[in-house]
Design a protein around this ligand. Structure first.
Ligand SMILES: [Zn+2]
Ligand SMILES: [Zn+2]
Length: 250
């Protein structure tokens, strides 16, 4: 399994990265986890425009899903359109919400390009991958994912505050993409986002092999986020996510 960070900027795109989007590849199959603002552009540096085989959305905040609207144009009006519909696993109400964002009536909505399945907590197959979705701790219906292929596995937090479910999803994974939106300081709101320290604490409890701090908000000093993570009691390697970085887990 190969994991490419397409977008790792938190809440909105930054100068060097789109918002959330991760490309997972195995056996020639290409799965996107989230498709946030700006991701469609950077994605084209790594795969062809028409090469997405499936998409899983953690939640429906704009920085995690909105480039589905642009990708609807690609699949519906591209030179050889229509292209096969892409399976999209997303929280409740995604078809209506994304149709509204696009400025289209609910029917047909974006269904010409996408085949929506409502996410529920549990495990399902996507191409050669096994995906487990678990509800995490955010103000809207939001999932974290664990994605496995053979003996390799990756976890992705989506957006979450502290979450025992996230620890379960990340248990013994090779790679843990965990959000670290907040600088560690007193008085942070609960049930919204994690600090670098909390991300590392989750990684330590889960026994994850490598922690990648992501959903990095451009107004933060990222060295400080990494510093916070180094105080979380996690003994494995810790990286700050960067758009374009590839982790080959083969
Ligand atoms: Zn977000
Ligand atoms: Zn969010």
């Amino acid at each position: 399994m190969k994991v490419t960070i397409i977008g790792c900027s938190g809440s909105f795109p930054g100068p060097d990265s789109p918002a959330s989007c991760y490309l997972l590849e195995a056996d020639g199959f290409r799965l996107l986890l989230d498709f946030g603002t700006g991701a469609l552009g950077a994605l084209q540096r790594h795969i062809g425009l028409y090469d997405v085989d499936a998409i899983c959305l953690t939640h429906l905040h704009a920085d995690h899903c909105l480039d589905l609207c642009g990708y609807h144009v690609v699949r519906t009006y591209g030179p050889d359109a229509p292209y096969p519909r892409v399976p999209v696993h997303a929280p409740a109400d995604a078809p209506r919400r994304l149709a509204a964002a696009y400025g289209m009536p609910d029917e047909p909505g974006l269904e010409t390009a996408f085949d929506f399945t409502r996410l529920r907590p549990g495990t399902f197959g996507v191409g050669p991958f096994t995906v487990t979705a678990g509800l995490v701790n955010h103000p809207v219906e939001a999932y974290g994912f664990r994605v496995s292929h053979g003996p390799r596995s990756v976890a992705y937090s989506g957006d979450t505050g502290e979450s025992p479910e996230l620890v379960k999803l990340a248990e013994d994974t090779d790679l843990f993409l965990c959000e670290a939106s907040f600088v560690d300081q007193p008085g942070l709101p609960a049930g919204l986002h994690l600090t670098g320290r909390q991300a590392a604490e989750h990684a330590a409890k889960a026994g994850a092999g490598r922690l990648v701090l992501t959903h990095l908000v451009p107004w933060n000093d990222q060295a400080r986020i990494l510093d916070d993570a180094c105080r979380g009691g996690y003994g494995g390697p810790i990286d700050l996510a960067r758009s374009g970085t590839v982790y080959d887990l083969a």
